[in-house]
Design a protein around this ligand. Structure first.
Ligand code: ACO
Length: 356
């Protein structure tokens, strides 16, 4: 029995490799550092989906098709329910997009994640949704739909880098959930919604909002040590630190920190966060000397998305906007094995009485 499945290898994948000892992430043969800032998100979608759709067009055509898919998905925005959180609105919105196993379904869900997230953010503010512009990049169009005004090139580039950085990451909880659903032949849409539901939790993709709440609550670097020690004494986890696989710093943290340098006006905020980060790592090392707990992707995700003006409640939907590319590739890879994922459990409940 292995409750967290740490020691279980449950899939073969050509998609990504997480080397937790050395802090390396390889996505389809490319080091993360060679992808983020060098490949666009659309090019990375193409990279991830290669070999999984017989009719996958070249990257420039795929980009145009994704733009068209944003337009198509926006027709369902009017049906979004009210009174839900941003992530719940996104989940409801994706459920409006049907299901299927083809490239169109894959594009619909990738496009839908951006369109529904932008609409959810505006809806929460009582604002009307803004129609997509199919000619723009996915990242640039998202920011435009969210704000109602075009982003600067640096803003679009930094969001693009974020989406690339988080596009795939081995057999994490949401990807595993997506693969379990895909193994039942339920379809790409169902797999994506399963992935999204797993991503929602604070131990996975729900951490970056609380990272900023923690920075706010700490207020000044002087207060960091006592705040952190008190939080840990209460049994709380420090959001943005620790990882199931990484025993060193998550390489995505530095990729996102590099993207933050595109916003020199934010240098003060980043310097403050770095001080808190140093204190947090030192206190975690003190408490858990045998377990190397370091910064994970969510810490600098929080700062980057904050710099882009994304409201905290929408940080997890933004994560989904990037990770949907990986979920879809994994869903196709799993479905191709034609093997249902069905582990066993160890029954520890009462046994029926045997008649004497
Ligand atoms: N703050 C305080 N203590 C921690 C933290 C943390 N961030 N992370 C782990 N610990 C503690 C655990 O409570 C455990 O202590 P215990 O033995 O007294 O119970 C010990 O360190 C060892 O924990 P691990 O086995 O390393 O943790 P696990 O692999 O189960 O969990 C996880 C990994 C969920 C990411 C955890 O580190 C955590 O909760 N971090 C905070 C939430 C977070 O940042 N989530 C985003 C992760 S990145 C992503 O999913 C995209």
């Amino acid at each position: 029995m292995d409750a967290g499945l740490e020691q279980v290898v449950a899939a073969e994948t050509v998609l990504s490799d997480v080397d937790g000892e050395n802090g390396r992430l390889v996505i389809r043969g490319h080091e993360l550092s060679a992808l983020a800032g060098h490949f666009s998100f659309e090019e990375v979608i193409h990279l991830l989906w290669q070999g999984f759709f017989a009719d996958l067009p070249p990257p420039d055509v795929l980009k145009a098709m994704l733009g068209e898919a944003r337009l198509a998905a926006s027709a369902r925005v009017k049906d979004l329910p009210s009174g839900l959180s941003a992530i719940e609105t996104l989940r409801a919105g994706l459920s409006l997009l049907g299901d299927g196993d083809d490239l169109n379904t894959a594009l619909r869900f990738t496009a839908g994640a951006a369109v529904m997230t932008a609409a959810a953010i505006r809806k929460a503010d009582g604002k009307m949704p803004i129609a997509p512009d199919a000619a723009l990049s996915h990242a640039g169009d998202f920011l435009r739909m969210m704000r109602g005004a075009p982003p600067s090139p640096a803003e679009a580039a930094s969001l693009d880098r974020y989406l690339v950085t988080i596009s795939d990451h081995g057999l994490n909880a949401s990807t595993f959930a997506a693969r379990v659903v895909a193994s039942t032949a339920a379809g790409i849409g169902s797999a994506v919604i399963a992935g999204l539901s797993a991503l929602k939790g604070p131990l996975h993709g729900g951490a970056p909002g609380p990272v900023l709440d923690m920075l706010d609550a700490i207020g000044t670097p002087d207060a960091a040590e006592s705040f952190i020690d008190a939080a840990m004494a209460r049994g709380e986890r420090l959001m943005g630190f620790g990882h199931r696989i990484y025993r060193v710093r998550d390489p995505r943290a530095d990729a996102l920190k590099a993207a933050l340098r595109l916003f020199p006006q934010n240098a003060g905020r980043v310097a403050f966060a770095e001080e808190i980060e140093r204190t947090a790592i030192a206190r975690l090392r003190m408490k858990y000397p045998a377990r190397a707990l370091d910064t994970n992707v969510e810490f600098y995700t929080a700062l980057l998305l904050e710099a882009l003006g994304v409201p905290r409640v929408a940080f997890t939907p933004l994560f989904a906007m990037g990770r949907v590319a990986g979920w879809i590739a994994h869903a196709r890879e799993q479905a191709a094995t034609k093997r249902l994922i069905r582990p066993r459990s160890l029954y520890v409940g009462p046994r029926p009485r045997v008649a004497a």
